[in-house]
Design a protein around this ligand. Structure first.
Ligand SMILES: C[S@@+](CC[C@H](N)C(=O)[O-])C[C@H]1O[C@@H](n2cnc3c(N)ncnc32)[C@H](O)[C@@H]1O
Length: 285
């Protein structure tokens, strides 16, 4: 409710009403279909929901709620709008340079390492990490647990087949990330696809996991969760930080996306910053 003593203006009232409509849509989606977007950041949800309202040629979020609840095909279209699966191989190359410099030496001190890649999307990040670990001779004693809420992206990730026309961009990223070989050694080209070497997923376990609802399933030396928390509201971010904190070994490493940070999170003082630019943190307590 507005606290303006002069009363809410029409624009404020409109926004408040729209927020109620949005919350009712998210509640309906959760109760009818089980997809839980209730704690995602409202500003970006609002934009994406309105895109769906317009595409469906409807006039309001309430009209969309009605259609979504009665038409599973419309739900599938909305789901496509709400889940952002954008990713790339060796995305933010500096992160991989920094990981090799600061994290790999620590991995060498363990006989065996478990790494959790949370929100792995279609797997490009996992194959990139596997390549880096292999080039530093630590892949053989590593198991990567790659999880995402979305079963469809996991199926693509398991196959390891990516569009050939992205290989130039990925090759550039790989070189900037400090890659030691020719990137083309890792895949074979077939028609318009690049099939990645099966050895890169030999030590990978793919599993569906919802960061908003589930607890940890293991203890990890490293957790990567890049470009996922940015879509969550503050409360959910803090719950997920708690999950990561509890899932990490003491002195374990947490890696976030380049627009994410530990700053202002409830767990900020439990970590030291290893490389602020690469968003690499080490658990200290
Ligand atoms: C933008 S992609 C990031 C992919 C990759 N980590 C990267 O940085 O390139 C975000 C991923 O988070 C996943 N995601 C969103 N909400 C999630 C949740 N509650 N639990 C697990 N994964 C989630 C999405 O399905 C999507 O694949």
């Amino acid at each position: 409710m507005s606290t303006d003593p002069a009363g809410p203006g029409p624009a404020t009232e409109q926004l408040e009403l729209e927020t109620v409509e949005l919350q009712l849509l998210l509640e309906g989606v959760y109760r009818h279909y089980g997809y839980d977007f209730r704690e995602y950041a409202l500003a970006s949800l609002r934009r994406r929901v309105w895109r769906r309202v317009n595409e469906e040629q409807l006039g309001s979020i309430t009209a969309l709620t009605d259609r979504v609840l009665h038409d599973p095909a419309c739900m599938a279209r909305l789901l496509g709008d709400l889940s952002i699966n954008v990713t790339a191989m060796f995305r933010d190359p500096h992160f991989y340079v920094s990981f090799a410099e600061h994290v790999v030496p620590q991995l060498r001190t363990y006989p065996f390492t478990r790494i959790w890649v949370a929100g792995c999307s279609t797997g490009e990040e996992v194959y990139s990490l596997a390549i880096l670990l292999a080039e530093h001779d630590v892949y053989d004693r590593t198991r990567i647990y790659a999880t995402d809420i979305n079963q469809l992206v996991l199926e693509q990730a398991r196959e390891g087949v990516y569009p050939l026309d992205r290989m130039q961009e990925y090759t550039d990223n790989y070189i900037r990330a400090g890659g030691k070989r020719a990137f083309s050694e890792y895949y074979v080209a077939a028609y318009d696809a690049a099939l990645f070497d099966a050895a890169l997923r030999e030590n990978v376990v793919w599993a569906q996991h919802n960061l908003a609802q589930e607890s940890s399933f293991n203890e990890f030396q490293v957790i990567l969760c890049r470009n996922v928390l940015i879509y969550f509201d503050k409360e959910l971010q803090n719950r997920v930080h708690r999950l990561f904190y509890e899932s990490l070994d003491r002195f374990g490493t947490l890696c976030l996306g380049n627009k994410e940070s530990m700053r202002f999170s409830a767990y900020e003082n439990r970590y030291e910053e290893i490389d602020p630019e690469a968003r690499i943190y080490r658990r200290t307590t």
